[in-house]
Structures are given as C-alpha cells and as structure tokens.
Design a binder for this molecule. Structure first.
Ligand SMILES: Nc1ncnc2c1ncn2[C@@H]1O[C@H](COP(=O)(O)OP(=O)(O)O)[C@@H](O)[C@H]1O
Ligand SMILES: Cc1ncc(C[n+]2csc(CCOP(=O)(O)OP(=O)(O)O)c2C)c(N)n1
Ligand SMILES: [Mg+2]
Ligand SMILES: [Mg+2]
Ligand SMILES: [Mg+2]
Length: 327
C-alpha cells in the first residue's frame, strides 16, 4: 500500500463547511472562524487490545467508535461538532481495504453531523493499531457546559440508559451469556456503536449554567469529576438510574456496570431546579431521553453519595483508569 495513494483515496470529494480554506492537501488545515463563537477541541486515542479487539470488531466498527467518542466530548461541552482529523499507526497485518473501510464508516457518521475531515497523519507501526481522532466544534461565547457549573439545589440528570455498553463488552469477552442472539446483539451494538448525544448537548447549551460530562470512564468517575470541579456534594438514587429492562437479569454484576462500567457515552449533568421542567420538556419534544437521578446538595466538599434503599454510601472515583486496571 502506498501512503500517498491511501491519502488520496480517503480525501473527501465534497465538504459541508465553506469556512474551510484548505483541508487535506497542504502542511496544515486552515479555516475561518465565526465572530462571537468559541472553538472546542478534543482528542482521544484508541488502541487495539485496550479499547477494542480487532479480532471482534470490524475496521468499520473501530472507525465508528473512534470518531463517536470524540464527537461525544464536543457534545459534553454543549458544542456543535464541525471538523475532525485522524491519525493512524498501521501494523503490517492491515491492508488498504481495511483502512478504507474504517474511513468509510467515519465518513458516514461525520455526514450525519455535518462534519468534515480536514487532516491527519499516517504511519506504519510495529505494535498494535492505534487510531487517534481530534474533533473540533464551535459554541457561542460563554455557553460551554463546564464541569465546574454545578450548584447546590441543582437537579442531576443523565441521558439514555447506563450499563448497556459494559454488558456488551462482557458478552464480547465471553464473561456473560445471553438468552438469545437478539439480546446479545443489542448490548454489543451499544458497546460498539455508542450514539454521541449532540442534540442533548446543544439543548443544554441554551440553558443557564449547566454542568456536563460524557460517560467514558463510568458514572461514578464522571460525577466525581463534576463534584471536584464544582466543589459540591452530589446525591444520586439507585432506583432513578435508567437501565435497560433486561440488564439486571444478565449478571449479578449489573450494578457495577451501571456505576463503574463506562463507555456508555451518555451525558451526565446538572441544571438548576427552576429550569429543570422546561428543560426536560424540551428534551422530550426533541426525542432526547433524560432522567433525573439525584441532586447537588451542598458547597464545600467534593463527594458523591449513592442511595440504595435506606443505605447512603460514598461513591468513590472508581471506574476505568488506564494505569490502575486489574490486569
Ligand atoms: N497526555 C495528555 N497531555 C495533555 N493533556 C491531557 C493528556 N491526557 C489527558 N489530557 C487532558 O486531561 C483532561 C482529562 O482527560 P480525559 O480524562 O481523557 O477526558 P475525557 O474523559 O473527556 O476524554 C482533558 O482536558 C484532556 O485534554
Ligand atoms: C478489549 C477491551 N477491554 C476493555 C475495555 C473497556 N474500556 C477500555 S477504555 C475504557 C474507558 C474509556 O476510554 P478512555 O481512553 O479512558 O477514554 P476517555 O476517558 O479519555 O474518553 C473502558 C471502559 C474495552 N472497551 N475493550
Ligand atoms: Mg480522553
Ligand atoms: Mg469526556
Ligand atoms: Mg478515561
């Protein structure tokens, strides 16, 4: 495979954004920016064996998820995604068709969100496949949904359902068995194809002082990050957390999946009590699922508490941690 041929093949034929002066094809990309807007930039890397198993995920699956998790970070700021760059380190076992299939799927997802590929990098590798995506988005000045925005009295909410991605991973790793193919396929799909909550994030950006985080490392970890950044205490309630109706029958570990599993790429956030009803109404009008799961209680100490019936336990900042896995 020739590096230059490959770049030519993955170069988009048309672009969604006219602000691009030069995308792929020079030393760097150049685009115009809008007045009264700020840019949002996020980067995440995926490594074979750590974030996915190339034995179980197709190149298309891998491409989809690498872009989706970056779009998710733009959504978690309340922004609109616009551009992306892709860097790949390709091991010798991978051919041009695999790489093209990966880009094809990224391109499909990007088209849904009107994003343009504006650059990247291609290298050969001796190690596993490494895929790094940088996403760039925009937001009106001062409207970002920062982790530091939580205040006492705020409602704590999540989008979608939690724990399904971890259940899917458990199926892939052969740690859980399913009732039937349809059941396992549902959860595996949640794991391989998370839907970035762009619409939910955009709605959040139109409200005052919303805090947001996307759930990559698990609910417990992300809530602790909000608590730390805002220096507040948060209380959440087991019975309020939305989960798939089959989740609890799959494995006794289902509650761990919900709290610590991660990779749901749902949004967790806080919003003032007086905006909550209008906000949840607007979400339902746009078919965006949101559920209240708790409250921000007080300023001072950064703590998260989990209510299970009569019990109230400290929810530690435990979850996926790259340097702290039991492996
Ligand atoms: N190696 C690094 N160099 C510089 N900044 C980093 C590095 N790794 C993470 N960060 C920054 O630390 C913050 C937290 O990162 P991370 O936990 O990966 O966020 P997320 O879960 O949203 O992807 C982000 O602002 C990220 O940009
Ligand atoms: C083979 C395999 N093992 C374990 C996992 C679980 N896993 C890997 S990374 C991760 C956390 C999210 O990835 P990270 O790089 O921390 O993303 P970020 O927090 O930066 O968005 C989880 C739950 C997986 N997806 N695949
Ligand atoms: Mg990251
Ligand atoms: Mg994030
Ligand atoms: Mg992480």
């Amino acid at each position: 495979m020739d590096e230059f041929e490959l770049i030519q093949r993955i170069t988009p034929r048309s672009l969604s954004h006219r602000e691009i002066e030069i995308g792929i094809g020079d030393d760097a990309a150049v685009y115009h920016t809008k007045n009264n807007y700020q840019e949002i930039v996020a980067v995440d890397t995926m490594v074979d064996g750590i974030h996915f198993l190339s034995s179980h995920s197709s190149p298309a699956d891998i491409g989809y998820k690498a872009l989706a998790v970056n779009i998710s970070d733009i959504a978690a700021m309340g922004g609109r995604p616009k551009y992306y760059l892709v860097s790949i380190a390709v091991p010798s076992g991978w051919g041009a068709t695999d790489i093209e299939a990966m880009y094809e799927e990224m391109n499909k997802l990007a088209t849904l969100y009107e994003m343009d590929l504006i650059g990247g990098d291609t290298v050969s590798a001796n190690g596993p496949l490494v895929l790094t995506v940088t996403a760039i988005g925009e937001i009106e000045k001062g409207r970002s949904c920062l982790r530091s925005h939580a205040e006492p009295g705020d409602v704590v909410f999540v989008t979608g359902e939690l724990g399904s991605s971890a259940a899917g991973l458990s199926f892939i790793l052969g740690q859980t068995s399913a009732r039937d193919e349809t059941q396992s396929q549902y959860f595996i799909e949640r794991h391989k194809r998370p839907e970035p909550r762009v619409e939910a994030g955009l709605i959040c950006s139109r409200y005052h002082h919303v805090a947001l985080n996307d759930i990559s490392d698990g609910l417990a970890s992300e809530l602790n990050e909000i608590a730390e950044a805002s220096r507040v205490s948060i209380d959440i309630y087991k019975e309020l957390i939305p989960v798939h109706s089959d989740l609890h029958i799959l494995h006794t570990k289902w509650e761990e999946w919900v709290l610590f599993g991660g990779e749901d790429f749902e949004l967790v956030g806080t919003i003032s009590n007086d905006q909550w009803e209008r906000f949840s109404q607007e979400c339902s009008e746009h078919d965006v699922r949101v559920h209240q799961i708790g409250r921000v209680t007080k300023q001072g100490q950064a703590e998260v508490f989990y209510h299970d019936g009569q019990d109230r336990v400290l929810l530690e900042k435990k979850g996926y941690n790259h340097f702290k896995q039991d492996r």
